[in-house]
Design a protein around this ligand. Sequence first.
Ligand code: IMP
Length: 201
Amino acid sequence: MKSFLLGTGNAHKAQEFKELFFQTLTINAAPRTLEVDETGSTFIENALIKAKAYFETYKVPALADDSGLVVESLPNILGVHSARFAPELPDYADKCLKLIELLNSTNKDRNAHFVCVLCFYLSPEEIYFFEGRVQGTIGNELRGTKGFGYDPIFIPERRENDGKSLAELAEWKNEFSHRAKAAQAALEFFKESVDKTRNKT
Ligand code: IMP
């Protein structure tokens, strides 16, 4: 089974990746979280910066993700800066409330999507990217206790249309989130490349 060092200090993401790649790729936690400056202006650039830093430090294939919430009517906040929104508020519940306030006071459209870009850095010559998205809207209150970050205010588009947030939909999130979709694309790719190698021998 292919194995990758996971470049993240975010325990919630690490747990999601463990479940997503269960029995298909081996994902090992890095011995130490690196302080990496996310200086890129796109999710792809930042995922690459992180994966490369782990590869160069530990000299083994590395996996990193960059993800964020894009509120389509507020293109200049959140997005690749999602983790740095309202830095005076360290608690995500407060960041969520601040975003709701901002949308209410400006009467902006609430359409939003989460993006996740995965970078698998096998060597400087072999780097792969996979992207996943989930579309939804920003709710009017925090709902649910599962997940992390902006999950309690993100209402994904679902057939049920029951207004549930991602923080109330842990199982659904595992299958249909931005991270799940990017991981599924990666799994498909690595499965095909293993099959091709097998067919050659
Ligand atoms: P990163 O660690 O630089 O990729 O920052 C990700 C930012 O987007 C953090 O602020 C997270 O809270 C937010 N984010 C990314 N994925 C999710 C998710 O699945 N749920 C909620 N928030 C997320």
